[in-house]
Ligand binder design. Structure first.
Ligand code: FES
Length: 289
């Protein structure tokens, strides 16, 4: 579980996104697009579910892309190439169903773009005609544009500030596309919950099958704790073992959004502690492999 390489791929005040290549031969040998791992940085870290962005069976490595957002992702950012993680569990979750659907829409926002990349690649390789819409707050945070572009027939970009592509949201572009073309067999969407809800609301009247990749709060990641439950068509489902892909027209996004807010006070306290004490990392050295 040694970090083989670490590269900051986006860095603006308050938002930093980093790519990690991690030695993990067993996970690399078994990982399929759409699956994730659960990572613990050290004895002080929580469990972080992260999509496997890429895997290299020959090197025995997996690639993860992480935005520093909370206590544990900031803790992870303190590690360097050569350091080892406390634990890594995976691959977890169902792989995304890959087949030739025909003409499809892939939509991602923020760091969700990293999660879209392995899906775009295999869906294009499966023979689909791929339209992708990527969105971010600003140009610097729009990661993997060139990598995803290779697997798209058409690529559309939206930024909140208009610094790249169209000013506005991915949902605005989707509405424009659907005014002209509606013959899509699938829409696959990953990103913030409000964005996925907006996309599902737009595709529903057009009866376009819409899969959303959900990122619920997780603990064990194996269906034991119930922490990641959500409602799909009124039924309780577990994001870790039933997902992470769900039918966007059936997910109760308001319930999901409420569940994601459960630990905000604790997360705030942990972040304050991190800022104040630099999380004791100076005294708790990560294990070397
Ligand atoms: S994380 Fe525990 S049931 Fe899914």
């Amino acid at each position: 579980m040694k970090i083989l390489a670490k590269e900051v791929i986006a860095d603006i005040p308050g938002s930093r996104i980093t790519k990690y290549v991690i030695h993990s031969p067993v996970i690399a040998a078994n990982a399929q697009p759409g699956q994730f791992i659960i990572l613990i940085v050290n004895e002080e870290g929580e469990k972080i579910p992260l999509t496997i962005v890429d895997s290299d069976k020959k090197e025995g490595s997996i690639t993860l892309i992480v935005q520093e957002a909370g206590y544990s992702t900031k803790l992870l950012a303190k590690l360097s190439a050569g350091d080892s993680l406390y634990s890594l569990t995976g691959p977890l979750g169902h792989p995304t169903l890959i087949k030739n659907y025909g003409k499809i829409l892939l939509i991602a926002g923020g760091v969700g773009i990293a999660e879209l990349f392995p899906i775009a690649r295999v869906l294009k390789q499966a023979g689909n005609m791929v339209y992708s819409i990527l969105g971010s707050r600003t140009e610097e945070l729009l990661i993997l544009k060139n990598e995803i572009e290779r697997y798209c027939d058409k690529l559309f970009i939206a930024t909140d500030d208009g610094s790249l592509g169209q000013k506005g949201f991915v949902s605005n572009i989707l509405e424009e596309i659907l005014r002209e073309e509606t013959d899509f067999a699938l829409c696959y969407c990953v990103g913030p919950v409000p964005m996925m809800k907006a996309i599902a609301d737009i595709t529903k009247p057009f009866k376009i099958k819409t899969l959303v990749c959900l990122n619920a709060i997780m603990l064990d990641g194996t269906g034991m704790c119930g922490c990641c439950r959500l409602l799909e068509n009124g039924r309780i489902r577990l994001c870790c073992v039933d997902g992470p892909d769900f039918d966007g027209h059936l997910v109760d996004f308001d319930d999901l959004a409420g569940r994601l807010k459960r630990f905000i006070p604790e997360e705030k306290r942990a972040l304050e502690k991190f800022e104040k004490h630099q999380c004791k990392l100076n005294s708790v050295k990560p294990e070397k492999a």
